[in-house]
Design a protein around this ligand. Structure first.
Ligand code: BGC
Ligand code: CA
Length: 427
């Protein structure tokens, strides 16, 4: 009963504040206090929640964790289209090989050899990229109806079972394409997508394969740049990554082969925008597919929404020497959604947000700076927590008082572990 009365009081207060806005008046202190009170009254389990970058899913089968994605009616995932991006990455590498066929085979043995740095064997983005590269280069084999994405370790003679030798005909000549080596870049403490591990691996690979290596492929730019700086730049071996981090885009001028933009500028916006909309109690499409009161709107060539998975996916773009000048600042907000929201209609709210690994190049150098630009535009006060990339507990330990926040944005260490977070909100 008491709850009902409170709810009614709140509804009245909200109407009063809306009236104040529509009449163009300044928001009174009382309204701001009321909105503070309102936040405190919402149970943690009912607060808006967005998963981002690591989609709640089974890390062995890839099956989506629908319980986590439907945690409450204001739960969403924001990421990007992993398959479309992976296909682009594969095609980008294949196009490069074809365009440079006269020089690509460094030792002239008719075999185009490549090495592949894998980020996290249980991460759907990483799996998709490994598959995309293998599919484009003709080295993919199917296991149980899907392209095998297992690392091969070392495959000097082409006998590995997770891949096969591909065959490529260019200008009437047939080449063999071989995945000479691949491995998950996980450090001894358990952190995946580990750039330093990739920097060491390329040293090992270079000493055993030398000029058999014609291409270096990587599941991301963090690892790609580490290999480029350690070896491929001086040896002039094209290296391909993913993420369009600023340092990787700049390196294209120095021989880095190319990268893929996963439209982090759109993803970072969506991550905070879905929370903003849920907190405002407006249609979730506001400022996304439908223009908001400040003129923000996205066109459908940069994202799509899959309602059944409660997931927003940004679309990817290849970045090569032909267009890299347009991508040099990876932390710039996306112009169509760069308008400041009015603080009286969209009062400040507080958000707890974590990055699974403070040392992840993409998330720390590209994604978080973008989030920090958008939080101001959307009037969100975000507390950023950086994890160690190894254990969920390192992060959840720092969510001791969920009641102090209006909404949550979560980037898990492992995609299987959504319940470690939702348990804290259910308490
Ligand atoms: C990025 C990687 C990053 C990973 C972290 C991926 O989407 O491409 O660079 O390490 O997310 O989860
Ligand atoms: Ca060769």
């Amino acid at each position: 009963m008491k709850k009902k009365v409170l709810a009614l009081t709140l509804a009245a207060a909200m109407m009063a504040s809306m009236a104040a806005c529509s009449s163009g008046g300044n928001t009174s202190d009382t309204t701001q206090n009321n909105s503070g009170t309102e936040a405190a009254e919402v149970a943690n389990k009912d607060k808006p929640l967005v998963w981002f970058n690591r989609q709640p899913s089974n890390s062995s089968t890839g099956e989506l964790d629908m319980t986590a994605l439907n945690f409450n009616e204001n739960t969403y995932y924001v990421g990007f289209d992993a398959n479309q991006g992976a296909e682009l990455q594969g095609t980008m590498i294949l196009d490069y090989v074809k365009a440079n066929i006269d020089t690509i085979d460094r030792n002239g043995d008719g075999i185009i050899g490549y090495v592949l740095a894998i980020g996290d064997i249980g991460h759907n983005d990483s799996i998709a990229r490994t598959r995309g590269v293998r599919a484009a280069l003709g080295t993919a084999v199917e296991t149980n109806g899907a392209i095998n994405s297992d690392p091969v370790g070392s495959n000097a003679d082409g006998s590995a079972t997770a891949v096969k030798d591909g065959s490529l005909e260019v200008n009437g000549k047939t080449y063999i394409v071989r995945e000479l080596a691949s491995q998950e870049m996980k450090n001894s403490a358990g952190a995946t997508w580990d750039a330093a591990t990739a920097g060491n691996a390329i040293g090992t690979w270079a000493s055993s394969f030398g000029d058999q290596i014609d291409i270096v492929a990587s599941n991301n730019d963090g690892m790609g740049m580490s290999m480029f700086n350690a070896w491929s730049k001086t040896n002039k071996v094209p290296t391909f990554g993913y993420d369009a981090n600023a340092d990787a885009v700049a390196a294209i001028a120095e021989g880095y082969g190319g990268t893929i933009s996963q439209h982090a500028d759109v993803q970072a916006y969506l991550t905070l925008r879905v929370l903003r909309n849920a907190l405002d109690g407006v249609d979730i499409d506001t400022g996304i597919g439908t223009e908001d009161d400040a003129g923000n709107v996205l066109s459908d060539d940069v994202y799509y929404y899959d309602e059944s998975a409660r997931s927003y996916y940004a679309l990817n773009v290849a970045v090569t020497k032909d267009n890299y000048n347009d991508f040099t600042d990876s932390t710039k907000v996306y112009a169509p959604v760069s308008n400041q929201l009015d603080a009286s209609a969209h009062p400040e709210k507080s958000v707890w947000l974590n990055i699974y690994n403070a040392a992840d190049n993409f998330l720390s150098a590209t994604y978080q700076p973008l989030l920090q630009n958008y939080d101001d535009l959307l009037n969100l006060k975000v507390e950023y927590i950086g994890g160690d990339g190894q254990t969920e507990a390192n992060i959840t330990n720092r969510l001791s008082n969920p009641s102090a926040y209006d909404a949550f944005a979560i980037n898990m260490v492992k995609t299987d572990n959504a319940a470690s977070y939702t348990a804290l909100l259910n308490q």
